[in-house]
Write a protein that binds this ligand. Structure first.
Ligand SMILES: Nc1nc2c(c(=O)[nH]1)N[C@H]1C(S)=C(S)[C@@H](COP(=O)(O)O)O[C@H]1N2
Ligand SMILES: [Mo]
Length: 237
C-alpha cells in the first residue's frame, strides 16, 4: 500500500468507488431519491425550498478524484450537475438573501449526515451540486438525488442525499454533532494541505484511519444490499 506519487500526501488508490461514510450512517438511507427538495435556511432573510428550479441552472460536467480522509482515493469520476456558485448567485442570493456575515454553510443529507464548509470554499470553480455520475443518474450508494462535490476537500465535506443548506454568521459558530470526536471535523479539510482533522497532524491520522477502510466498506456494502432487497420487495407488493 505505497503512496501513489500522483496522489495527494498519504493517499492510496482504490480501483472501485465504494459506498462510504461514518459507520453510524451505514444503515441510514434517503427517502426521496428521485427529485431534489433542498431547503435553504439559517441566517437568511427568507427560508426557501428549492425544487425543480435547480434544473434551470447551466449544467456542467467535471472529472475529479475523490479523496477520503481515511486515506483511500478513487480517480477520474465524471460528475454532472450545477456549479454551487451558480446555485448561490442564481437562486440563494435573490430568493433567500443570506446575511452579509453568513460565512459558514452547513450541508445536511437525508440520512442525518451533515458537514460544513466556509462559503468562500463553496464558491470555487470546481464545487458542484451533482445529480449524475459517470453518465448515469446518481445511485443511492453515491448520493441520490443530489450531492456536493468539492474535490479539493476530503470526502467527508461532500454531503450525499443533500436536503438542506444552512447559512451561519459568526454569532452562531457551528459545532458538528455528527462526528463522534471534535478532532474529526476540520473546518476546511483541504486535501493538498492534508487537513485531515482539527488539532492533530494529518500524517498522524493516516495511521489511525487506514485500518478502518476495509471494515467500513464491507459494512456499507452489506447494509446497501439489505436496503436494495427491501426496496425490491416493496415494489413487488
Ligand atoms: N449523507 C452522507 N454523505 C456523506 C457521507 C455519509 O455517510 N452520508 N459520508 C462522507 C464520506 S466520509 C465520504 S468519503 C464520501 C464517500 O462518497 P461515496 O460513498 O460516493 O464513495 O461521502 C461523504 N458524504
Ligand atoms: Mo470519508
Amino acid at each position: 500500500m505505497s503512496d501513489h506519487p500522483q496522489l495527494p500526501p498519504g493517499q492510496y488508490e482504490l480501483a472501485q468507488l465504494p459506498r462510504f461514510g461514518l459507520q453510524k450512517f451505514a444503515r441510514r438511507f434517503p427517502r426521496d431519491v428521485d427529485k431534489v427538495v433542498l431547503e435553504v435556511v439559517g441566517d437568511v432573510a427568507r427560508n426557501v425550498t428549492v425544487l425543480e428550479e435547480i434544473h434551470r441552472l447551466p449544467r456542467v460536467e467535471q472529472t475529479a478524484d475523490l479523496h477520503c480522509v481515511t486515506t483511500w482515493s478513487h480517480r477520474g469520476l465524471v460528475w454532472s450537475g450545477y456549479r454551487f456558485r451558480d446555485f448561490y448567485q442564481g437562486i440563494v442570493v435573490p430568493w433567500a438573501r443570506p446575511a452579509a456575515d453568513a460565512e459558514v454553510v452547513v450541508l445536511r443529507g437525508q440520512d442525518g449526515y451533515a458537514s460544513s464548509l466556509p462559503l468562500e470554499d463553496l464558491l470555487a470553480d470546481d464545487v458542484l451540486l451533482a445529480d449524475r455520475l459517470n453518465g448515469k443518474p446518481l445511485s443511492i450508494a453515491h448520493g441520490s438525488p443530489l450531492r456536493l462535490v468539492a474535490p479539493a476537500h476530503y470526502g467527508y465535506k461532500n454531503t450525499k442525499h443533500l436536503c438542506s443548506i444552512e447559512f451561519r454568521g459568526p454569532h452562531r459558530p457551528y459545532r458538528s454533532r455528527v462526528f463522534p470526536f471534535r478532532f474529526m471535523d476540520h473546518p476546511r479539510a483541504r486535501v493538498a494541505l492534508e487537513e485531515r482533522g482539527r488539532g492533530i497532524p494529518g500524517w498522524l491520522l493516516r495511521y489511525l484511519y487506514r485500518p478502518l477502510v476495509q471494515p467500513t466498506i464491507r459494512e456499507f456494502q452489506a447494509a446497501l444490499k439489505v436496503h436494495l432487497e427491501r426496496l425490491r420487495e416493496q415494489t413487488r407488493e
